[in-house]
Design a protein around this ligand. Structure first.
Ligand code: ATP
Ligand code: MG
Ligand code: MG
Ligand code: MG
Length: 589
């Protein structure tokens, strides 16, 4: 690439709408340009970075038997109705949806569980054809509540999404682990530090998920971890009563728990959990078998569509077993639906228990419940639930008399050795960006969409599924957020759009210009990815630009070219060395 003949620009001004460094740098260095809210053009340099990342992802996934495919981005409503997600996702507002000329509803896909299940339906018929792991790399559409930070949270973004199909839990577990390891290798090869955080909810029937977090102040998630690396969890998971792990800062409060003070539980990621199971086995056990009757706030979120009628029935059933609560008003389906899909607040106060509160929130990621309508003042403005900035537990008084995590403590005591986190250890907190998420889905999609196979006995069975996401565009920006300095981006070699930038200090000097061009051709012929800065600019301007765009190696063709020497500067370290022309190729490769 010769800069003098290419579309290339840099900006001096920090863009006013960019709050974090990576966003500012990518805009200033000419990698991305905003078109509309959460919508960005990926310019040539960015596209090369994306291709680099994608190639590594493909390599690692193909190695473990993944097969790339490409599914439609536009799905007829029926597809999403069949899984039961259309209504919930539309209510949540995350779905881009429109009518075609025949007046048929169409979804611009935010994810592809339905589409992939239908792609293999009626074809994946025998147990002998399993397991199968398909993936694609493609633009996703999500009408995010707060698109921001450039590619970090946009409304149109590139995701690698994979899906696997299995005839046994063991097979699903094997593939899930393999893919987790493939993800680790991708991040390692890209030179980016990522921590894996577990959200094991095995007690709830095999649902498992793991998130991959790039630790950075700009992250929208909070991660709790121990210094020895034995434990790491997303706060939204750590506070969940599903989680076998309980942050130790909660256990202190547990000791001082007095019956009657409010207790909060967040039931996260309800996906594939039968609400009946959750409420009965966990909530009921945790609260009532502990012998302490505590008011409880239940907030439900996740990629699920919890059926309001069912939930309402479950609650009636649950409370009817409790003498003292028999008169509890359980909302009917309509009421519940109104709360779950309507505007905030979502409080519900049981009339016979003045301090108690039961609130529900269903929906998808990004959904949250803001409770303002209750009698316990400490809970005012409490925000719980989803994985969006300002939707975490920020408003909560973690150290006060409000017993966040109390249920989890009770449960952990019962779960005994299931606990991963040693309560003696102090939990540290860090901010992170979720760049990947792998998930054991169970059989929900296969079941609802009618995917079946015949087992060895000729019996019809519903396969198990896993799904595996990686945010390609988010990852590209996360690398920049983790790797930059005052001067600009510092690309790790594997992700850099070009490996080398060859800067001709003074184009007015014919020897420099000629030798520069010759060197450019030689290095290219040697297989290196090279930019030639042959613009008619001052050397200082060119050096600044080279630092800003973050190319790992800069080779300066300047005065010393007369002696057959060039200067080699390593972007990462700033180290400079004089290299003889004939040694340059070997030094660089
Ligand atoms: P988040 O919690 O940040 O909203 P998510 O949990 O909704 O993400 P998933 O459904 O797990 O996202 O999708 C898989 C991956 O896609 C995420 O791990 C993330 O890297 C990426 N991703 C999700 N939403 C966005 C977005 N709005 N912009 C860019 N990348 C995204
Ligand atoms: Mg989301
Ligand atoms: Mg998330
Ligand atoms: Mg996720």
């Amino acid at each position: 690439m010769r800069l003098s003949q290419s579309f290339f620009y840099t900006l001096r001004e920090v863009p006013s709408d960019a709050d974090i460094r990576s966003h500012q740098l990518l805009v200033r260095a000419g990698y991305i340009r905003r078109l509309g809210s959460g919508s960005y053009s990926l310019l040539p340099l960015m596209q090369r970075v994306i291709h680099k990342i994608e190639a590594i992802v493909r390599d690692e996934l193909d190695r473990i038997g993944g097969q790339e495919c490409l599914l439609p981005q536009m799905h007829p409503d029926e597809v999403w109705e069949a899984s039961g997600r259309l209504e919930a996702y539309r209510a949540e507002g995350i779905l881009f949806h429109f009518q075609d000329r025949q007046n048929r509803g169409q979804v611009l896909a935010p994810t592809h569980e339905e589409a992939v299940t239908l792609a293999v339906k009626d074809v994946l018929r025998s147990y002998r054809q399993y397991p199968v792991h398909l993936y694609q790399i493609q633009t996703k559409f999500r009408d995010e509540i707060r698109p921001r930070f450039g590619l970090m949270r946009s409304r149109e973004f590139i995701m690698k999404d994979g899906y696997s199909f299995h005839t046994s839990a063991q097979s699903l577990e094997d593939t899930y682990q393999q893919i987790g390891q493939a993800y680790e290798r991708v991040f390692e090869r890209l030179g980016i530090k990522v921590v894996a955080v577990e959200a094991d909810s095995g007690a709830m029937g095999g649902k498992k998920s793991r998130e991959f977090m790039v630790l950075t102040q700009a992250g929208e998630d909070e991660v709790l971890y121990t210094a020895d690396g034995q434990y790491a969890a997303n706060v939204e998971k750590a506070e969940s009563i599903f989680s076998p792990a309980v942050p130790s800062r909660f256990t202190e409060h547990h000791k001082h728990h007095t019956p009657g003070t409010p207790t909060i539980a967040t039931l996260c990621d309800f996906m594939d959990c039968d609400p009946t199971q959750v409420v009965k086995n966990v909530l009921y056990q945790a609260i009532f078998s502990s012998g302490v009757l505590v008011p409880v706030l239940v907030s439900i979120r996740g990629d699920q569509d919890v059926n309001p009628t069912k939930l309402s029935n479950v609650l009636s059933e649950m409370f009817s077993g409790l003498g003292s609560l028999q008169s509890l008003e359980v909302p009917d389906a309509d009421q519940l639906k109104e709360w779950t899909t309507g505007e905030l607040p979502l409080g519900y106060i049981a009339p016979d228990l003045p301090d108690s509160l039961i609130a529900f929130r269903e929906g998808v990621h990004g959904q949250f419940a803001r409770i303002t309508d209750f009698t316990v003042s400490e809970l005012e403005n409490f925000v719980t639930g989803a994985n969006e900035t300002d939707h975490h537990v920020y408003g909560a008084n973690w150290g006060g008399n409000f017993q966040l995590g109390y249920l989890a403590d009770v449960r952990m005591a019962k779960a005994g050795d299931r606990a991963k986190h040693d309560p003696e250890q102090t939990l540290l907190s860090a901010r992170g960006v979720e760049v990947g998420h792998i998930f054991q889905l169970g059989n929900r999609y296969a079941d609802r969409l009618g995917l079946r196979y015949l087992d060895a006995q000729g019996q019809e069975q519903v396969p198990l599924m896993g799904c595996y996401g990686m945010g390609i565009t988010r990852l590209a920006q996360a690398i920049v957020e983790q790797s930059h300095d005052e001067q600009g981006i510092i690309w790790p070699l594997a992700a850099a759009p070009y490996q080398v930038i060859l800067t001709v200090a003074n184009m007015g000097q014919s020897e420099q210009a000629e030798k520069g061009l010759q060197l450019y051709q030689d290095l290219k012929a040697a297989g290196l990815e090279v930019m030639l800065d042959d613009r008619d600019e001052r050397a200082g301007v060119k050096f600044k630009d080279a630092d800003l765009i973050g190319i790992p190696f800069r080779v300066v063709v300047g005065k010393t070219i007369q002696e057959g020497l060039v200067e080699l500067i390593t972007r990462q370290t700033g180290e400079k060395q004089q290299v003889a022309l004939e040694d340059l190729e070997s030094t660089l490769s």
